[in-house]
Ligand binder design. Structure first.
Ligand SMILES: Cc1cc2nc3c(=O)[nH]c(=O)nc-3n(C[C@H](O)[C@H](O)[C@H](O)COP(=O)(O)O)c2cc1C
Length: 359
């Protein structure tokens, strides 16, 4: 099989993803707060993938600016990621509608049905995260256009189940809408595997942090280039009475300080010096502004170095187009290898009768 034939196979495998996203490579650049802004988003879309702006805690006015600035850098489709806990979620959704955003990814919890409906009624394609099969089915019933299933290998906020198990649970039984797989993906062979299991495409975050077009601070990128997979660990909860939202990040001084803070807060609570609510808030506030400190200011010791386990596969700063090109090449090479393995070998066919005659 030659490369064009392999490309035809790849395009058949991720056809539903291409159709939903309107791009040439069904790879979403997972939205990363502070990282996924105009430059990286446009670079991913210009390279044939699908860039997604991370709204994070932006105001509607800032989001409107970012959408406009991204559009100035690319004529290709891109999306906007909205966090459902954002207090201005409804206004942000209206901002996306008003600025002609074609795709919205609702993240950080169950997408509210009224927001899904409003966006869809306005002609926006809506994607949501499904951390389990039951939720995936619920989202399909709510009219969602596409799903992302993200395993705990991912960077940032994580669930409890690995990508490979989620994929096996959901991909073979859910075909109503295209499903994109995320978490721990760093090579094209892995993308091909999930496509063969029924995925419509994949979403990668960590792999794009060190893209040349990414505005992440050079020290943030350097930390990614140096890190091994095992360095990207989930946040640790010290006491069951005070839940900690699991976040995967590279261990640094802040990781240690977070444990010390929890120890101190739990001690003060046990001595009756603070209420349960105060204690919980103090723990939750520890990481406020920490991602910005690391990504924007380059404080890689006291900021949050959110990263997935695929950080072990990040070894250099590369142009976005080269990253996407590499992923596609790896998938194509795997298809070619597979075809060669499966092709009948004429010499074996010729040897068979001899063996038969000897027996
Ligand atoms: C630094 C960082 C920030 C992230 N911020 C967000 C975010 O704002 N919204 C979101 O839905 N996901 C966020 N994610 C998750 C990514 O969009 C993506 O799903 C994830 O990185 C995929 O897994 P991978 O890191 O193994 O490629 C973030 C991930 C990283 C590494």
């Amino acid at each position: 099989m030659d490369r064009p034939a392999a490309r035809a196979v790849l395009d058949r495998l991720w056809r539903r993803g291409l159709d939903l996203l309107g791009c040439e490579v069904a790879i979403l650049g997972g939205a990363m707060t502070w990282v996924s802004e105009r430059n990286l988003v446009a670079a991913i879309s210009n390279a044939g993938g699908f860039g997604v702006i991370a709204c994070g805690s932006m105001t509607p006015a800032l989001l409107a600016d970012e959408i406009g600035a991204t559009r100035a850098l690319t004529a290709k489709p891109f999306g906007v990621n909205l966090i459902v806990m954002h207090p201005a979620l409804a206004t942000l959704a209206e901002t996306c509608i008003a600025h002609g955003v074609s795709h919205v990814v609702l993240a950080g919890g169950l997408p509210p049905a009224d927001i899904v409906r409003r966006l869809r009624d306005a002609g926006v394609k809506v994607l949501g995260f499904a951390p389990a099969l039951a939720i995936a089915r619920k989202l399909v019933r709510s009219g969602i256009d596409g799903l992302i299933i993200e395993g705990m290998e991912a960077g940032g906020h994580i669930g409890a189940v690995s990508t490979s198990v989620l994929a096996q649970e959901i991909l073979p039984v859910l075909s109503e809408v295209p499903v994109f797989v995320a978490g721990g993906i760093g090579r094209g062979e892995a993308i091909l595997c999930y496509l063969e299991m029924g995925a419509a495409g994949c979403q990668l975050g960590t792999r794009f942090v060190c893209a040349r077009e990414s505005i992440a601070h050079p020290r943030f990128k350097q930390a990614f280039i140096r890190a091994a997979a095992r360095d990207a660990t989930p946040s640790v909860q010290l006491d069951r009475r005070f839940p900690v939202i699991p976040v995967r990040a590279l261990a640094n001084k802040a990781t240690e300080a977070f444990l010390e803070r929890q120890r101190d807060v739990v001690g003060r609570f046990d001595r009756g010096e603070i209420s349960q609510k105060e204690a919980q808030l103090e723990i939750e506030h520890f990481w406020a502004g920490a991602l910005r400190r690391a990504v924007v200011d380059g404080d890689v010791e006291h900021g949050s170095l959110m990263a997935g386990q695929s950080v072990g596969l990040v070894s250099a700063e590369q142009p976005t187009a080269a990253i996407i090109g590499e992923l596609v090449d790896q998938a194509l090479a795997a298809i070619v290898r597979r075809a060669a393995l499966l092709a009948p070998k004429p010499e074996q066919g010729a040897a068979a009768p001899d063996r038969g005659a000897a027996e």
